[in-house]
Design a protein around this ligand. Sequence first.
Ligand code: SF4
Length: 346
Amino acid sequence: MVDIKSLRREELYNFIEEKGEKRYRADQLFSWMHEKLKESTDEMSNIPKSLKELIGREAEFITLKTVDCQVSSRDGTRKYLFALPDGNLIESVYMEYHDWSSICISSQAGCSMGCRFCASTLGGCKRSLTASEMLEQVYRVQRDSEKRLSNVVIMGSGEPLDNYDNLLRFLDILTDEKGFNLGERHITVSTCGLVPEIRRLADEKRAITLAVSLHAPNDEVRKKLMPVAERYSMKEIMDAVRYYYDKTGRRITFEYALSEGINDSLSHAEELSGLIKGMNCHVNLIPVNPVKERKLKGSSPSATAAFKSKLEKNGINVTIRREMGRDIDGACGQLRRKHLEADLHV
Ligand code: SF4
């Protein structure tokens, strides 16, 4: 069966023409799936019955089942738990603030990267998501929302650059002018620092924002938090990030989760400033969310403010990430983990 929602428009033309149908039928189908966000041929009024039957025999429409949806009473953030067709669970988070609205999607069910502050990785990586499974997270949430989604962030469970081909397919379809038509500038891909793939993505020369989870000012501290630091040094990451900027002209975002006593001292802030000084970049400080299986503690508000102020004095662009949905298992992977535990009775 062909996963029809994962086909780029050109591929859909080929699929349809190979079946002896006219090319414009592919445009109609593409629009029903990716612009009007319909889930089955029953809802596609201008598609002839014979083509619907053919699609029914040879293709499948991937859809997600909503298992849970928690809504924050504080700020309206919605956290979704979706079941993939094979039963694996993933999370997506919808946030809105004034005139923007954003969805953070997952790229894998679980994650193999092992970051110590993250709940998504506790059961390893079950599998990578297809393009249609990533798209469907966006579409499901859009169907529930009055506002048009203005931003898509690939920062949920999974390492998107570890699912590189499906990620590019997802980006091609999401930005297609005859589909959802989201501008590349409204998309952020977040990586824990896979150096060869950062360079590969740079060579694509897309206007996508790259967010790098740095979380440390040097290799020694990074190795305590992120096993991937054993594979790629800070110098290799910085070289790859500069390469990305040279190729795309896009300002880099560095994510830095502050953990008490690990990476949050003023000397760490000084060292971080030296590392990124002169780079067109932005630092997002995130107080670590407590994860019950992990012993890490988030930094205090005063330590967070002092860290920020040190970076600012050194001329670094920095913000403290607004905490949204803290009352609803806000940290990445926690809602999924809770459901998996309930199923396993652990
Ligand atoms: S922080 Fe991201 S890369 Fe690291 S384990 Fe969690 S999901 Fe994977």
